[in-house]
Design a binder for this molecule. Structure first.
Ligand SMILES: NC(=O)c1ccc[n+]([C@@H]2O[C@H](COP(=O)([O-])OP(=O)(O)OC[C@H]3O[C@@H](n4cnc5c(N)ncnc54)[C@H](O)[C@@H]3O)[C@@H](O)[C@H]2O)c1
Length: 251
């Protein structure tokens, strides 16, 4: 295995992260999944290994800096130097007006969506610099809520706007070291995160009326963009944000 083709994917056990995992594996990468869902991660590891893929599952809550640090320390000890990091782990917090917003839910959204993304970027970059990698790429999964907002979703919008800002900063800081960083902004995607939402015909009708493509996307359509941005095909693309939203942000 070429040591340069190792991707770490947070949230790789479900939805967009899972599609990205499958894509990177098919493209010949070794994949390390970081996910807090132990059962799903273990099962995936077993299933994909039985198909001949090289996949390692690391059970970890990305909102714990200590846990994220331990994961990257174990990679270093095992002489694994990832050249790609995809941050897909995230939550969609409950909807509420700001003056009624549960403070602990606010913290949870920021701790997972923003701080968790920061922790894994930090440890990935630290290892990459320590091992003097020649090139690398980070793709952070933000959201359309990374550049716009909608009512009752302040914690989500704040966390995803911050992820876009974090990504731009990394793009600037690490360009001289040939490590690129970009964010993607999915619109409405058919993943377990939206299982409940998709049951609500009224909300779906409203959402579809605002999406020029008039449908929601598959997670593979997001993984296509993630893979492109991580690949050498995107060698001059860094510090940017790319929506994958069926035209939503254009309206
Ligand atoms: N589905 C959408 O419509 C949509 C739209 C825009 C952005 N996004 C973003 O895409 C990303 C992936 O979402 P998805 O739809 O695939 O959701 P999902 O719920 O299917 O997958 C999220 C994964 O992240 C993991 N995870 C959650 N919290 C974690 C933590 N603290 N530590 C480690 N792992 C954790 C979960 O176990 C799960 O495997 C999220 O960041 C989400 O905000 C999703």
């Amino acid at each position: 295995m070429n040591q340069e083709n190792i991707a770490v994917i947070t949230g790789g056990a479900s939805g967009i992260g899972l599609s990205a995992t499958n894509r990177f594996l098919k493209e010949g990468y070794e994949v390390i999944i970081i996910d807090s869902n132990k059962k799903a991660g273990k099962k995936l590891e077993k299933d994909l290994k039985s198909k001949g893929y090289t996949l390692i599952f690391k059970h970890c809550d990305i909102s714990s800096y200590q846990q994220v640090k331990e994961v990257f320390k174990s990679l270093k000890n095992d002489n694994k130097t990832p050249n790609v990091l995809v941050n897909s782990a995230g939550i969609s917090p409950g909807l509420n007006m700001l003056h009624k917003y549960p403070v602990d839910e606010w913290h949870k959204a920021i701790e997972i969506n923003l701080n968790g993304t920061f922790y894994s970027c930090r440890e990935f970059l630290k290892l990459a610099i320590n091992k003097k990698i020649k090139s690398g790429a980070i793709v952070n999964v933000a959201s359309i809520m990374g550049v716009r907002a909608s009512g009752a979703q302040a914690s989500y919008a704040a966390s995803k706007h911050a992820v876009v800002g974090l990504t731009k900063s990394i793009g600037i800081e690490y360009a001289p070291l040939n490590i690129r960083a970009n964010a993607v902004g999915p619109g409405v995607i058919d993943t377990p995160m939206n299982t409940e939402l998709m049951k609500d015909k009224k909300i779906m009708q409203f959402l579809l009326s605002r999406i020029p493509n008039n449908r929601i996307a598959t997670p593979d359509e997001v993984a296509n963009l993630i893979f492109f941005l991580a690949s050498s095909e995107a060698s001059y693309i860094t510090g940017s944000y790319y929506p994958v939203d069926g035209g939503y942000l254009a309206t």
